[in-house]
Design a protein around this ligand. Structure first.
Ligand SMILES: Nc1ncnc2c1ncn2[C@@H]1O[C@H](COP(=O)(O)OP(=O)(O)OP(=O)(O)O)[C@@H](O)[C@H]1O
Length: 228
């Protein structure tokens, strides 16, 4: 597992011209879990979104497990699963089963096989009892776990999660954190949940568009706490 950012700069257009929202950044991420912490607007999401091509660099390159994210965005998106803060952004079908089936539409063309595979995915995540439920009747925790199951159904090699526990209560935040940290996939997570960040193998503190601290998750949390 390896994510390489080589002299990456990200800019965004404004009425006064382009502004730099991520200063030149070079990073090699090989740990199983990497947390990005920092204040609102510091650039965490921008950094995380580079990994699956949701954000393109103005300069530099992003390579994920040998895939050049800019040159081959489609391959990168297949390789990198993205978990949003609000699972409602991801759950678009009437039922849980149909939603996971939607995630499998590329890998399983045949509807019967797709349904069977989706049921397997739900069982794998202990969510089979929810298969026929409307996604609107799920609790926030259930919804985030179903969204995560949909992402993992595509068998990505990397999971990027943007504040996946922010909307959850403490027990659900812990359950989703346990799940994310137990993944076989490499995890990159932007988070204000400092318990989750402290449990990550590596932690980066992002401030005003630059990485200002790089250490273990626990060290990054200590640095961030001391700086505010
Ligand atoms: N498309 C864009 N156009 C203009 N400015 C942008 C754009 N995307 C991000 N920004 C700005 O870049 C900065 C970094 O944003 P980013 O979302 O990466 O921060 P963040 O650390 O994830 O914040 P939060 O914790 O609030 O989610 C912010 O000031 C934001 O307003």
């Amino acid at each position: 597992m390896s994510i390489t950012l080589d002299r990456v700069v990200v800019t965004a257009p404004t009425l006064d011209g382009d502004v730099t929202i991520l200063q030149e950044t070079t990073l090699e991420l090989t740990e199983a879990s990497v947390a990005l912490v920092g204040p609102n607007g510091s650039g965490k999401s921008t950094l995380a979104r580079l990994v699956n091509g949701l954000v393109n660099p103005a300069e530099g390159s992003v390579v994920v497990d040998g895939i050049d994210v800019v040159a081959d965005g489609r391959a990168a998106r297949r390789h990198v699963g993205f978990v949003f803060t609000d699972p409602s952004a991801q759950l678009v079908m009437p039922t849980v089963l149909e939603d996971v089936m939607l995630s499998l539409r590329r890998s399983h063309r045949d509807k019967k096989a797709r349904r069977a595979a989706a049921l397997d995915v739900l069982a794998e995540h202990g969510l089979d009892a929810l298969a026929d439920r409307s996604v609107h009747t799920l609790s926030g925790g259930q919804r985030q776990r179903v969204a995560l199951a949909g992402v993992l159904a595509c068998r990505p090699s990397v999971v990027v999660a943007d504040e996946p526990t922010t909307l959850l209560d403490l027990p659900n935040a812990r359950a989703v954190s346990d799940l994310l940290l137990g993944l076989e996939q490499q995890l990159v997570v932007c988070t204000h949940d400092l318990d989750l960040a402290a449990r990550c193998e590596r932690g980066l503190v992002v401030l005003e568009g630059r990485v200002v601290f790089d250490g273990t998750g626990a060290e990054a949390v200590a640095h961030y706490r001391a700086s505010v």
